[in-house]
Write a protein that binds this ligand. Sequence first.
Ligand SMILES: Nc1ncnc2c1ncn2[C@@H]1O[C@H](COP(=O)(O)OP(=O)(O)OP(=O)(O)O)[C@@H](O)[C@H]1O
Ligand SMILES: [Mg+2]
Length: 308
Amino acid sequence: MFHVKHAGSLDREPRERKDGVVPEPKTADGAVQDADQALDDGPVTESASPAKTSVLRIFAVANQKGGVGKTTTAVNLGAALADQGQRVLVVDLDPQGNATSGLGLDSQKIDVSLYDVLLHDVSMSECLQATGVERLMLAPSNLDLAGAEIELVPAFSRELRLRNAIGEVADAFDIVLIDCPPSLGLLTVNALAAATEVLVPIQCEYYALEGLGQLVTNVELVQRQLNKALVLSTIVLVMFDARTKLAEQVAAEVRHHFGDKVCRTVVPRTVRLSEAPSFGQPITVFDPLSRGAVAYRELAKEVARGAS
Ligand SMILES: Nc1ncnc2c1ncn2[C@@H]1O[C@H](COP(=O)(O)OP(=O)(O)OP(=O)(O)O)[C@@H](O)[C@H]1O
Ligand SMILES: [Mg+2]
């Protein structure tokens, strides 16, 4: 009925940037390249990809609980994957704009944000920004997006806006990480409808599993009604504090529930990980030798190995 080209189903050949330039973060005065440049060489079409060598993987990084490490994981996993050669897009789907600021952009000074793409038919490529990490691009957001939950309600194909937007730029990326807000509203539904996989960060704390049933139910609903291909593929244990017995217990319980969906790599609780966002840098740049950076690099390898 909607004739949607699902980005997740597009096979295409990985392409190198032609200019070989390392993108710099765009500053408020627009000093650096625009997204079209960074996005390669023009419009994306299926006919431009004769050899089918890789499939775009789109992760909804979701957990409706607040403060469990969604943004930290989207930003740092994204940066580590980009360092390992993948062309990565982080989509900031949270009006708090934490992924945007965590990657060094001032969310108050964004000209075109994801809100304009979802609500005002602006093309996705117009909103994309380069970051300080080569091969890592960002679809930024700010508080404007807070209105989207309500403004989208009467909109045509309201659940599929993000899926269509990512479809426009699918050819330019290998992995998309959508940083979801801490709710199960229409924005998160957009993420689940756009995604091929769900990645759930779970904090190794008491009540970690609370609310996960609701998330799983929503994933199943979206699978049935909007996106048959969606899989809850990846659980990441984060904020693990090896000094506490509780963290061990929570990790064991999560592994018992979710089996091999749970990544072997566990992200430790470290001060450096919590400091990095205030410098607008992923941990791999802020402190590349820190335990947090090591963990996210290991996680990136594991996630990349999961590619079908
Ligand atoms: N492994 C970690 N070690 C220490 N601090 C961490 C770690 N992971 C995340 N944090 C900190 O915990 C807080 C919450 O993390 P984050 O913002 O990633 O969670 P979130 O799930 O995206 O939150 P929200 O639901 O509000 O979007 C942040 O201050 C972050 O810096
Ligand atoms: Mg967040």
